[in-house]
Write a protein that binds this ligand. Sequence first.
Ligand code: AMP
Length: 113
Amino acid sequence: MADTIFSRIIRGEIPARIVHDDDICLGFHDVAPQAPVHILVIPKHVIPSLAAVTEPDGPLLGHLLVVATKLARSLGLAEGYRLVINCGRDGGQTVDHLHVHLLGGRAMGWPPG
Ligand code: AMP
């Protein structure tokens, strides 16, 4: 499996503004924020995309969502926020390492672009 920039962040080879670190996942600020708060939550075990997820990944996916919601709370996003997982080319995924975007701090439009 090809190494991505996120694997390098997990290994500490390139810097990131880390806001969460546990045995299962890492949370850090997106380098090109699309909202006042833009955090990425990524599993330390590499899954390339949602398209590669299988049944045993369920608890891991649940953990990513729980961590993202805890971060939303701790970052004061009381008015709401959005979690996004882009999948594949049409989904707008650019890094082949599954990740949850936590976006907040402004009102979001719908439908997304
Ligand atoms: P996606 O388009 O859903 O694959 O999201 C990839 C995200 O990774 C984008 O929002 C990028 O801005 C972000 N990103 C790329 N490189 C880095 C980096 N070195 N540190 C933090 N975020 C990054």
